[in-house]
Ligand binder design. Structure first.
Ligand code: AMP
Length: 415
């Protein structure tokens, strides 16, 4: 199988590692890729969110499968353009990707499907925003209605800050605060059949102890030793299948990766958000543990044959990833700094580029992640931090508490 992988971040580096490790794959072409992916696959340049450009490249490289990593190409219709050429695409249509592209649309689907989620109002002016904030009370949750690369959400006790964020965004969803540990569940689906991957947890806030602003994600681990045993079955029954059924009923089936972000509240699991693609950095840990060949799985989802796919197999043990972020991230990351110590197995590139002289430079807010597996979470965590300690990048920062609470048994799930 020839696979064209679209994107160039840490998630795509992790996907590339999985695809290259599948014996059924003869060639992986990544576009645009990154210097980490360059070590294991062929790179091509492409405007990733240009449907015609990606479809033309898929034809040119004779791809049997196109795997679309990031959300922007999906929302722009890249999967539709690839399928229009008769090539299998892993990723939802533009219509179905609205589950991520519009928070209002996602709420509408959840309401229609009876999926448990936070109560919410869509607001476009200061008056209705203020009313919604006062209805739900503090902590206030205000979300940009459109795509915001994981950074459009403000959760705050400060009513003025909540109002200011709403004003900046224009159209927002104001919702009730959900208290409880968070879980990310990835589900591979062809629109009807659905296979859950291992639940993971990510760390959204920039600082230790969940301090500071939200980011794209500062680290992750899997599996979750504290997760209730029936959790995945419950989420498949109450969230995933009703959502997929509602999308089919509307004539816009969702095929690809449905990312369910949940809070485990005292009232049970509640959906915080849907994404239409693999999450970053949870992908790094989930795929590190997946033993089932990745390309075969994604191809089955892309061709409507997932019901016939064998059950997924997982490696024993655990995986942890720790993100190394650039100076100034998330507000104003500095780029162009030299990185050393990154040429090691387990270092996943996210925002890097090669200078003309071959030096590796930072090129984004989240620069790279140290990803490691181990016989248990504590061992995986130690190994991930050992990788991160070996990287030098001026001004960089990382969280020091990724997976710490789970290792120490400090996460309590409400009954
Ligand atoms: P989102 O982009 O919707 O995932 O939001 C980013 C982060 O904000 C989530 O991972 C949560 O940590 C937090 N968040 C979003 N919505 C809520 C909510 N209703 N209650 C509590 N925290 C939330």
């Amino acid at each position: 199988m020839r696979v064209l992988l679209v994107g160039g971040g840490g998630r795509e580096h992790a996907l590339a590692l999985g695809l290259v490790g599948d014996r059924g794959v003869e060639r992986v072409i990544a576009a645009p890729g990154n210097p980490g992916i360059a070590g294991i696959a062929e790179l091509r340049d492409v405007a990733a969110a240009d449907p015609e450009a990606v479809a033309a490249l898929a034809v040119e490289v004779q791809a049997d499968l196109v795997v679309i990593g990031p959300e922007a190409p999906l929302v722009a219709g890249v999967a539709d353009a690839v399928r229009a050429k008769g090539i299998a695409a892993f990723g939802p249509s533009a219509e179905a990707a609205r589950l991520e592209g519009s928070k209002t649309f996602a709420k509408e689907i959840m309401t229609a499907a009876g999926v448990p989620t936070a109560r919410a109002h869509t607001c476009t002016d200061a008056e209705s925003t203020a009313r919604a904030l006062d209805e739900f009370g503090a902590p206030y949750v205000v979300k940009n209605d459109g795509l915001a690369a994981g950074k459009g959400v403000v959760v705050t006790e400060d009513r003025d800050a909540a109002l200011a964020h709403a004003q900046e965004c224009g159209r927002v969803v104001v919702e009730e605060y959900l208290a409880g540990p968070e879980v990310s569940l990835f589900v591979v689906t062809d629109g009807e059949a659905a296979l859950p991957l291992l639940p993971a947890q990510d760390f959204k806030r920039v600082g230790d102890g969940d301090s500071g602003p939200n980011t794209g994600g500062m680290g992750a681990y899997a599996p979750l030793p504290w997760a209730p045993p029936g959790l995945v079955d419950e989420v498949m029954r109450d969230v995933v299948h009703p959502t997929l059924a509602e999308m089919r009923r509307r004539g816009t089936p969702f095929a690809g990766l449905l990312y369910v972000g949940l809070a485990l509240t005292t009232a049970g699991p509640r959906v915080i958000e849907f994404n239409a693609r693999f999450g970053d950095p949870e992908t790094q840990v989930v795929l590190a543990l997946l033993e089932t060949p990745l390309a075969g799985l994604l191809h089955a989802a892309a061709t409507g044959t997932l019901a016939a796919h064998p059950p997924l197999r997982w490696r024993d043990g655990a995986a942890v990833t720790v993100v190394v972020a650039a100076d100034g991230y998330p507000a104003s990351p500095r780029t162009g700094d030299v990185i050393t110590g990154a040429d090691r197995a387990g270092i996943i590139h996210a925002g890097t580029r090669r200078a003309a002289d071959g030096a590796l430079l930072s090129a984004g807010g989240r620069v790279l992640c140290g990803t490691a597996t181990g016989p248990d979470l504590a061992a995986a965590r130690d190994a991930a931090y050992a990788l991160v300690r070996g990287v030098e990048l001026a001004g960089s920062h990382h969280r020091t508490d990724i997976a710490a609470a789970a290792v120490e048994g400090r996460i309590a799930v409400p009954d």
